[in-house]
Design a protein around this ligand. Structure first.
Ligand SMILES: C[S@@+](CC[C@H](N)C(=O)[O-])C[C@H]1O[C@@H](n2cnc3c(N)ncnc32)[C@H](O)[C@@H]1O
Length: 484
């Protein structure tokens, strides 16, 4: 299907076009076209702030506020109709000052968008870090803009892949000790995003754009665009910008294998898009991709480490719990643990899916109990505790077994899992292994003073086929807690 826009054509299957056109006419251009847009990211001209090339059809410039908002409404109404049910819209906008009063453009735009059916979901603060020198009475230096997120009507199935942008960059130092409190995917990012704005005023140099130095007041940073595209679209989806300007969004969408379509009233910007923006974003892509890959990699490491830390934390937390219960008089047997094995059983993804729940792994815990007389009670207590919260929230398939000291030898001979490298976690430290061990030699230490040095209070050595080394997760920054 081919759509005519003035003297240009859009091939609706291929798209990937920057159109010179007026977004107020979108409903005329696309009359009768089925919804095809998956994601819109745009920055409308702010009301009467800038003249984008003296073009008559542009909105905002030399317009009264009411007419400006009406035009915004018309444009986003047309986009609503052309967007799929799963679509998401991000509008970048800021407040402005006029005649000594603050104009709350973000509020007014959100209101007119809601009037045509868009539902306001979120407000992200884009911290631009830098601004031009500033001296204005009644206003501090404005370094942020708004990014308003909308979805269609009451649609619940809009695209929002937050796992793709989760972060492990600002974790407090204690995350290694409380792995059960952190989602293995990382943290949902906060709603303040820091992206330095590409140099204002002169972006791109003379050499990039013939003699005419490219001047565009507010190009988007491509990294910010990439983050939103990943958050709310899939490959081959259609990404749309009705106020394309330099076309940074479109060029970024291209790099991420999305289809793109943009409109702008100023024909010069289309040239800028082709001559400057596309090569600029392409040239910068290796660096951007490297940053994205680094984030992905950190998330992968984090997921793996959270899983391992949880596996080793279970016995420690259980032993502390039994100690507390005993101290409070709720159980009448005292801790009597001689050794604990935490043995991961390798299962595939399907096996880890139980009753519609996805588990991180399966672990056999073997608790070696010194006192033969209380082994039945210990078994009952341990099973009972592990079947309840918080242990049910660790995301692990937990298989406990309590054996006596006398059974230890035959257990070690029978269990083939013990032929793999084993690691000891001693003195209650479960976030980094102490030593790689040979279980038979290690057992010979039982009863010696060396063996009791492995204890922390009543927490005995924990032996595992899982290796956690603090070095493995040193890339994940830890913010030190500052006492006030
Ligand atoms: C704030 S700028 C967008 C900048 C863009 N986000 C970028 O990365 O370069 C707004 C743009 O809207 C364009 N514009 C103004 N009125 C328009 C209309 N009626 N239809 C299409 N574009 C319009 C202007 O020419 C200007 O380039």
């Amino acid at each position: 299907m081919v759509i005519k826009v003035n003297d240009q054509e859009i091939n609706m299957t291929l798209l990937n076009q920057y159109m010179n056109g007026n977004s107020k006419d979108l409903s005329t251009y696309f009359n009768g076209v089925e919804p095809f847009i998956d994601l819109i990211i745009t920055s409308p001209p702010y009301w009467d702030m800038k003249d984008y090339g003296g073009i008559e059809e542009q909105i905002g410039f030399k317009q009264n506020y009411e007419n400006y908002l009406n035009d915004i409404k018309t444009i986003f109404k047309a986009i609503y109709k052309l967007s799929k049910h799963t679509a998401t819209l991000y509008v970048n906008v800021d407040t402005m000052k006029r005649n000594g009063k603050l104009i709350r453009l973000p509020d007014d735009i959100a209101r007119v968008l809601e009037e045509v059916g868009w539902s306001h979901q979120d407000t992200i603060i884009w911290d631009k870090v830098k601004t031009l020198p500033w001296s204005r009475k009644g206003q501090t230096r404005n370094v942020f803009e708004y990014i308003l997120m909308f979805t269609k009507g009451d649609s619940k199935d809009y695209k929002y892949y937050v796992d793709r942008i989760k972060t492990v960059d600002d974790l407090m130092e204690w995350w290694v000790d409380y792995p059960e409190r952190y989602s293995p995917e990382g943290k949902v990012p906060a709603n303040i995003w820091q992206y330095v704005i590409p140099t204002q005023g002169s972006w791109g140099a003379k050499k990039d754009f013939g003699d005419e130095e490219f001047k565009h007041a507010c190009p988007f940073p491509p990294e910010l665009m990439a983050r939103l595209i990943l958050l709310s679209s899939d490959e081959n989806d259609v990404v749309f910008d009705p106020f394309a300007g330099t076309g940074i969004l479109l060029a970024t969408a291209k790099q991420l294998n999305r289809k793109f379509l943009g409109f702008d009233t100023n024909p010069e910007y289309k040239k800028v898009f082709e001559k400057v923006t596309i090569p600029l974003v392409e040239g910068d892509w290796l660096r951007i991709e490297e940053n994205l890959r680094e984030q992905d990699n950190k998330r992968k490491i984090f997921r793996e480490v959270i899983y391992k830390l949880r596996v080793l934390k279970v016995p420690k937390a259980l032993i502390k719990k039994t100690r507390n219960l005993h101290n409070k008089g709720k159980i009448n047997i005292k801790n009597n643990f001689l050794m604990v094995f935490a043995l991961e059983e390798k299962l595939n993804k399907a096996q880890l899916q139980v009753k519609n729940k996805e588990f991180l792994g399966k672990v056999n815990y073997i608790f070696v109990w010194e006192d033969n007389n209380t082994i039945a009670q210990a078994t009952e207590i341990i099973n009972d505790i592990l079947a309840k919260s918080p242990f049910t929230k660790y995301g692990l398939l937990i298989q406990p077994l309590v054996i006596s000291k006398d059974e230890l030898r035959s257990f070690v001979n029978d269990v083939n899992m013990l032929d793999f490298p084993l690691y000891s976690y001693t003195r209650g430290r479960t976030n980094s292994f102490s030593q790689e061990i040979n279980i038979r030699s290690f057992m010979k230490l039982i009863g010696t003073t060396t063996y009791y040095q492995f204890y922390d209070n009543d927490i005995p050595p924990i032996i595992s086929n899982i290796k956690i080394d603090a070095e493995d997760y040193e890339e994940i920054e830890r913010i030190e807690y500052q006492k006030r």
